[in-house]
Design a binder for this molecule. Sequence first.
Ligand SMILES: Nc1ncnc2c1ncn2[C@@H]1O[C@H](COP(=O)(O)OP(=O)(O)O)[C@@H](O)[C@H]1O
Ligand SMILES: [Mg+2]
Length: 494
Amino acid sequence: MRRLSLVGRVVVLAATVAIVVVLIVAGALVAIISLRHAQVRESRAKDVTTATLRVENIAFDLESSLRGYTLTGSPRFLVLFGDARKAMPAALRHLETLVRDDREQLRRAQATNGFLHDYVTDYAVPVINIRRFSPSIARSSVASDEDKRRARDIRGTLGKILAVEQTRSAARAAHARNLARTAIIVGVIALALSAAIVLLFGAWVARAVAAPVRRTSEAAAQVAAGDFDVRVEERGAGEVGALVGAFNSMTRALEHGRQELIEQNERLRESEEHKRDLISMVSHEIRTPLASVCGFTSLLLEREFERDEERRYLEIIDQQARRLAGIAGDFLDVQLLEGGGLKLDRAPFDLVELTREQAHLFFSHSSHALELEVPDTPLVVNGDRDRIAQVIGNLLSNAIKYSPAGAEVRVLLELEDGGARLSVVDEGMGISADDHGRVFEKFYRGSDAASAIGGTGLGLAVAREIVTSHGGEIGVESETSRGSTFTVRLPVDF
Ligand SMILES: Nc1ncnc2c1ncn2[C@@H]1O[C@H](COP(=O)(O)OP(=O)(O)O)[C@@H](O)[C@H]1O
Ligand SMILES: [Mg+2]
């Protein structure tokens, strides 16, 4: 089943509470109306009782005044009798009207009416008339069975009416009491139920809405304080759960963004450092050869020297000028690399011959011991001879620069898997494992030991660019203080 949204749940709960309240009110109304009804019927029964007692009184007045007159002959009793006789029809009518909806009671009321009328017309009035002539006959007749029978008949029906009304009234009172009790019980239960529903709803709101919202706001405060690692437990009803989820994605995105900024900043800082190093390195690299060139030229211009000495100075000037040109060339090359403008002037050439040539160029003036192992037959490569010469020259100058005077440098060239492999192996200071990947980056210069030795950090970057442009690859294997092996692989296309 699909989980209801938060709004949906609130609506369902509110509707339930509303229905319960409506039911309670409706139940209370029904109970009140029933109670009212029961009360009306109870009071009707009381009215009937009163009316019956009134008739009974009249009957008693009739009997007692008749008996008083026959015994004493006093006209006072005749007045009493007359009053009772006059009041009789109204009292009887009133009783009949009250019980007109009840056939049995109406029949009894009518019977009473008949008995009373008969009593007055057929018995009491003749007895009064007789009393005038013969008091003794009248007295004996009042004491007769006839008198007792009529009185019993009247009392009997009236008693019946009373008894019936009394039982009814008692039953109605009991019914009303029951109804009231039931109404109270139902009302209390319904109230307790709605209170429980409201309480449960409150508890649910606290757990499913308030708690996650509070957790999220606390986490938001942490985020505001700069802690992007906070995550809120993804629990909560409908939209609240979605809010928590969205909050977590937001902090993840923020954290990611911050991490990127930190990395970017770090890169910027590094490049700024590189730039600073570069400037100091360039000024340092240029100053030394420039000082030699200037110093020796002024010396030669100021004084006359022996031919040999003059030549020695000129050689130094030439060497240092070349060094300057080399540095300038490196920078030019780097600019070319950055602009992607390295153009190769390809033509077939013999790599064996080029390797020999470069080795002699670099080792003729060096104290290092060269061991050259090259094939006897030519190894023809289709490429830019000058650029490949630059690569070999770079590797050889590094091998000489980063190993102690007199150490051995091996240069090996061989054919391998249809390609040429050139290795330059030295026994120098080596490169720490951390630096292996970075020595080919431009301007990167190795450990402190390497920094103590002059250089631009451009040679290997240029070399890698040249080799990869030829479809080849360049790599290094090295161990600190044990020496390094730089290997270049070039495809042989013929
Ligand atoms: N044969 C080697 N032995 C030890 N370290 C080397 C060798 N060749 C290169 N390196 C390291 O690689 C770095 C980059 O070399 P390179 O690009 O030629 O620049 P440079 O020689 O001007 O410093 C050097 O600074 C050095 O730390
Ligand atoms: Mg170098």
